[in-house]
Design a protein around this ligand. Structure first.
Ligand SMILES: [Zn+2]
Ligand SMILES: [Zn+2]
Length: 373
């Protein structure tokens, strides 16, 4: 896929977004407006309030979900799969996708795949597309090692506003553990050394550890452990635009997705829990370390019951785009809530070697200054 094709495709994608609401004044398709938080008509400018609520405290039962697949989102969405990168995009039932917003490929087709679990909560976009572009430009100007002509000649691709899937898990954990606790003690040792050709007795303190084994129980409730459910957005980039402030989550409504894309979770619920369990287990280990006191503490074994596991499917906002320079495509992301940018950018070999040269020159200068004084 050439960069230019990507740009054209991305441009076409905008027509196929998830418009759901008709404007009451002119009949146009309204879209969610991040700056006002309303459904806005891009043709006549009229706005419709969205009644925002945060009541969805329902935690869904994890074990039940494993037994019976949840297809609750099927009533609203169809799944389009990209034949190139494999990303699954969710669109409203009456919409058609021509291009993949994750890679730009046109090998995208509607599937019979289930849309899956309807999200419980969504973090609505707060950063408009224009603001996202501004944030990107500021970020670009700070790329001091980029080639000088980058700023004048890069070509920005269309920005796709996409809601990215995450899982959050709760669990009451009860663990039995075995630890070895070591306490320091000192013994006085005498040994013979040779000093000025004569043997001499010296005494010294040697540190030893007295061990005892202890068994115990540790209980902790884990609330809203957040893990990614997307494989299609490079996690190295996504980690750098975090954090998302989750106190902004509101009950899921189709309105928030109007004009935006949603990605179907590519990390299934069960795998999501395995990822969350790593976080939970770390929490348990540090909890045990926090309560067992000794000079040295070794955790021998921990056996945990994860009770009442519940989950939520939530959507977080990302502007996804790329820019082109010298026929190469560089991906970048903008956090749709905070505007934080992360991305790849070209590095000028000349500028980088000049910088290395300057550093070496400074080091040599410091060496000589120190030598003289
Ligand atoms: Zn209108
Ligand atoms: Zn793709």
């Amino acid at each position: 896929m050439s960069g230019l094709e990507n740009n054209e495709r991305a441009g076409a994608m905008i027509v196929e977004q998830t418009e759901v609401n008709k404007c009451s004044s002119c009949g146009g398709n309204t879209v969610f407006d991040p700056s006002s938080g309303t459904l806005k008509c891009p043709f006549c400018g009229s706005e419709k309030e969205i009644t925002t609520s945060r009541e969805n405290t329902i935690e869904l039962d994890f074990l039940q979900a494993l037994e019976k697949e949840d297809h609750s989102w099927d009533d609203e969405k169809r799944v389009f799969k990209c034949g190139n990168c494999g990303a699954e995009t969710l669109l409203d039932k009456d919409k058609v996708a021509d291009f993949c917003s994750f890679c730009g490929s046109s090998h995208i087709a509607v599937t019979e795949t289930h849309a899956g679990i309807k999200p419980a909560l969504v973090l609505p976009f707060q950063i408009t597309k224009d603001v996202a572009v501004e944030k990107f430009k500021v970020w670009m100007k700070k790329k001091y090692f980029a080639p000088s002509k980058l700023i004048q000649s890069y070509k920005l691709d269309h920005l796709a506003g996409a809601y990215i899937p995450y899982w959050t898990f709760d669990s009451q954990t009860n663990s039995s553990y075995v630890v070895q606790i070591g306490t320091y003690y000192y013994v006085t040792k005498t040994r013979t050394v040779i000093e000025d050709g004569k043997p001499k007795q010296v005494t010294e303190q040697a540190r030893k550890i007295r061990w005892r084994t202890e068994h115990g129980h540790y209980s902790k409730f884990f609330d809203d452990v957040l893990v990614k459910a997307s494989r299609n957005v490079a996690s190295g980039l996504i980690d750098k635009v975090e954090p998302f402030h989750l106190n902004g989550l509101v009950d899921y409504k189709m309105d928030y997705l109007s004009g935006f894309l949603a990605e179907k979770y590519s990390i299934p619920l069960k795998e999501g829990w395995n990822d969350a369990k790593v976080v939970v287990d770390d929490g348990i280990t540090s909890g045990i370390h926090g309560r067992v006191h000794g000079d040295v503490v070794n955790i021998v074994s921990v056996s945990t019951d994860y009770d009442s596991i519940t989950y939520k499917h939530i959507l977080l906002p990302l502007w996804i785009s790329s820019f082109q320079f010298n026929n190469k495509v560089y991906r970048f992301l903008v956090n749709g809530q905070t505007g934080k940018v992360s991305g790849k950018s070209p590095v000028s070999a000349v500028k980088a070697s000049i910088a290395v040269g300057i550093v070496i020159a400074i080091m040599i200068a410091i060496y000589f200054i120190l030598k003289i004084t």
